[in-house]
Design a protein around this ligand. Structure first.
Ligand code: OAD
Ligand code: ZN
Length: 245
């Protein structure tokens, strides 16, 4: 930590990329690993457009269940610490692969949501956003008022492109960062997993927070094998103490 704090003194453009691991201390399941969602469910049956066309009720049942889980959870100290980090650097950008809104619930603003947001809906055909459908009945899925297409969750499924504006902005921010944190992500899903690599190639200090090694561990300048909800509040209080000294 001491070494990291010394290096952070010269950093002014901080970018953070988060993954499912930052929400695990809130009680939200990650995707990979023993207890991960993809160990229990088959993504090709639940998180693709083909699956939705073949059996939209099952897909909606699964998303309703995930929404119920999210209704009961709260941000953890890691989320709150990342919100505070926003104020500790001249420039700050938070990029997340998470669809759970916990960063926003903790108070973070300007979150780049690469994989959408599970609490929003959109039309499966014309992509018009829909927000006010209430609970979706899997046996009677509402249809789009513009084109009649079925309403689906506004998340990125396997095989789908990310929102071009959001991913372009994420690359731009990563290229310009002088400090890049990769936190709680297995760093295997692209294009998100390319962001730390791009940042490092453009000269950023790369810091990883993850209890397990990932494909970017070797190129990182610092790796902390500490849960983000423990590490980040400590980092924030050290940074604050330095700034007020
Ligand atoms: P993963 O489930 O692949 O990885 C979670 C990572 O968090 C693992 O590397 C864990 O070691 C780490 N981890 C767990 N608890 C942690 C903690 N308390 N502190 C720090 N690290 C912790 O989740 P993602 O990398 O987010 O995509 O997965 C990427 C994408 O794959 C997801 O956005 C989702 C999934 O398929 C879509 O749905 C499009
Ligand atoms: Zn439509």
């Amino acid at each position: 930590m001491e070494d990291l704090l010394k290096r952070l003194k010269s950093c002014s453009r901080c970018v953070i990329l988060t993954g499912a691991g930052v929400s695990s201390e809130s009680g939200v399941a990650t995707f990979r690993g023993k207890e991960g969602l993809w160990g229990k469910f088959r993504p090709e049956e639940l998180a693709t457009m083909d699956a939705f066309m073949a059996n939209s009720s099952i897909v909606w049942e699964w998303y309703n269940w995930r929404r119920e889980v999210l209704n009961k959870v709260e941000p953890n100290p890691g989320h709150y610490a990342m919100c505070e980090m926003e104020k500790l650097f001249d420039h700050f950008c938070l990029i997340t692969q998470n669809v759970d809104s916990l960063h926003q619930a903790a108070g973070s603003t300007n979150v780049l949501e690469l994989h959408g947001n599970i609490l929003r809906n959109k039309c499966a055909d014309c992509f018009t956003p829909f927000l006010d459908e209430g609970d979706i009945d899997p046996d009677s899925i509402p249809s789009c008022s513009k084109c009649g297409g079925k309403i689906r969750p506004d998340v990125v499924w396997f095989g789908e492109m990310l929102d071009e504006k959001i991913i372009n902005k994420a690359f731009e921010e990563s290229e310009r960062a002088d400090l890049f944190f990769s936190i709680g992500t297995s760093a295997v899903v692209h294009p998100a997993a390319s962001l730390p690599i791009v940042a490092k190639r453009h000269g950023a200090l790369l810091v990883e927070i993850n209890m397990e090694p990932t494909p970017i561990t070797e190129m990182a300048d610092f790796c902390f094998k500490i849960p983000s909800g423990e590490f980040l509040p400590e980092l924030v209080s050290s940074l604050k103490a330095e700034q007020s000294a």
